[in-house]
Ligand binder design. Structure first.
Ligand SMILES: Nc1ncnc2c1ncn2[C@@H]1O[C@H](COP(=O)(O)OP(=O)(O)OP(=O)(O)O)[C@@H](O)[C@H]1O
Ligand SMILES: [Mg+2]
Length: 252
């Protein structure tokens, strides 16, 4: 049985998609069959991998039960990395999901048929705690929480952890926090250093040792439709995501 990771934080623009795409690429590079599921109606993970959002079934069709997950899995240009895309109609799922039977477990049930084919499945969540994120957290074994090292970093994290406990209690007892990940970090500024210290003090043992630096290559790689390790394998962003992938794997 493979392991399923949700990459979640209801805060927008904290590095969820960048983390999902690049950790998935690093794991695939190590030779493991990896599935990335774009659970966000924005479709940033799909586009960031250079894949057409319109060419075939996607997560919307899977959640609606129109196609099984395996038929929606598409290959990417990267060996060992497959994708379930976010088609534009996924935006409607936020309204439609609550009306479907088993609305909170539909992703978990759909992935049951494919998860043994992939050593790792990564779910890139939208910036909300709505029905799509709930489905991802119910389907996941672990959650990675990217936290941008900026002034309001801690804001909202308590609420997110409350939601995680609720889902653990009510819907998914297996769910654990793999870790919080400091992203877009600038270690040269006092603010960067202060925020890192504060988050580590607040959540001891929960924060990954690896920190993702602010890095131009990481920001521009999606516009080339590829993960950073294929855009510039030796830049600081690539090194950081390789280190993170190792740390994620070693935390079991
Ligand atoms: N370490 C980094 N260095 C520089 N730019 C980054 C870094 N991480 C992410 N970015 C850029 O910051 C923006 C937000 O990142 P990303 O899309 O990964 O966040 P997100 O949490 O998925 O956003 P959303 O909540 O909208 O889904 C993107 O333009 C991305 O390319
Ligand atoms: Mg995103």
């Amino acid at each position: 049985m493979g392991t399923v990771y949700a990459i979640a934080n209801q805060k927008g623009g904290v590095g969820k998609t960048t983390t999902a795409v690049n950790v998935a690429a690093c794991i695939a590079e190590a030779g493991y069959e990896t599935l990335l599921v774009d659970v966000d109606p924005q479709g940033n993970a799909t586009v960031g991998l250079g894949i057409d959002r319109n060419g075939g079934p996607g997560l919307y069709d899977v959640l609606g039960g129109e196609v099984d997950a395996l038929s929606a899995v598409r290959p990417t240009d990267i060996e060992h990395l497959s994708l379930i895309v976010s088609t534009p109609d996924l935006a409607g799922a936020t309204m439609e999901l609550p009306r479907l039977p088993g609305s909170e477990t539909r992703l978990r049930d759909a992935l049951a048929g494919v998860r043994e084919r992939f050593a790792f499945t990564l779910l890139d969540c939208p910036p909300s705690l709505g029905p799509l994120t709930v489905n991802a957290l119910v389907a996941a074994d672990r959650v990675i929480v990217p936290v941008q090292t900026e002034y309001f970093a801690l804001e909202g994290l308590a609420g997110l952890l409350d939601t995680l406990s609720l889902i653990q209690r009510e819907l998914n007892p297996r769910l654990t926090v793999a870790g919080m990940l400091l992203t877009m970090h600038d270690s040269r500024t006092k603010l960067g250093q202060d925020v890192e210290r504060e988050v580590r003090e607040h959540f001891p043992a929960l924060v990954f040792d690896t920190v993702i630096p602010r890095n131009v290559r990481l920001g521009e790689a999606p516009s080339f439709g590829r993960p950073v390790i294929h855009h510039d394998p030796h830049c600081a962003g690539s090194e950081a995501y390789f280190a993170l992938a190792k740390e994620v794997a070693s935390r079991g």
